[in-house]
Design a protein around this ligand. Sequence first.
Ligand code: TXA
Ligand code: MG
Length: 316
Amino acid sequence: MAEPNQTQILQAAKALKNGELIAFATETVYGLGADATNADAVARIFSAKGRPRFNPLIIHVPDLAHASAFGRFSALATKLADHFWPGPLTLVVPLAKDCGIADLVTAGLDTIAIRVPGHPVAQKLLKEIARPLAAPSANRSGHVSPTSADHVREDFGDAITMVLDGGPTQLGLESTVVSVVGPEPKLLRPGAVTRETLEAVLRQSLATSIPIADAPRSPGQLTSHYAPRARVRLNVATLRPGEALLAFGPNVPETTGPCFNLSPSGDVGEAAINFFRALRLLDRAGTKSIAVMPIPATGLGEAINDRLTRAAAARA
Ligand code: TXA
Ligand code: MG
């Protein structure tokens, strides 16, 4: 797969400066980007996705020096940024005063979520445009996150100007979100950097605090996240008739229906890469219910189980 050439990068940067939306590859999932300093452009993200406006967006910048213009970095925040950027870690820090970010990006909060993606397509775009990009995952709100350019087109068709295609994403899950606003760091969203890796760098354990806007919903309440059309049934040992199977590991129950094994060898990293694509494939097979085998909750398994719980909360 050829990566976008310089002409396409320039075209994308121009469209963004005009207030248009552009989807682009990152190492986690594809992002739906807008100029974070342009309130009208940011509003377009919320309407294109059908995203509730109380759910703030991440901004993307090319490095820590740019990040420091928009957020205040404590010694702890700087340590995490130095260690993990560029990469799949998002830091929530106090918002810098009068920094030009549209209020809609932060949903009026006095904190801001910032990420420095490592993917060359994202890096080239950010360096070219020289403005912060607000970019949530490029899927309709509540739907499965996109790990390829085709997934973005499935959700948006011609509604967005262009997709900067960088091939299938290398990690398959969104960035880990850590708040470094208070003295103690908090894990707001498990993701592609594991808790274990973060705790080893921090030399302390990490408290978990899932924001209300993101907490898995109890059955029947509001919308879910990461949800395919089919129902999702977790920790399944025995399949019900007509169910599709999302399998993990070598010991798979027999089935004649649609089946995707996330990792026949039982490797959670491989499972993370395949996860969103597998949900889309099984959903497309048209079954009413997807049965999911247990997946270990350690390492990247924490983020996979987080997404699964939300997907299952959909219409349980
Ligand atoms: O990997 C990723 O992070 C992808 C790629 C495109 O960079 N982006 C992504 O964005 O997943 P999004 O909008 O789908 O997720 C942003 C998360 C949400 O959980 C949101 O609630 C949280 O970050 N967030 C954003 N700003 C925040 C803030 N000021 N305080 C707390 N949480 C915040
Ligand atoms: Mg998302």
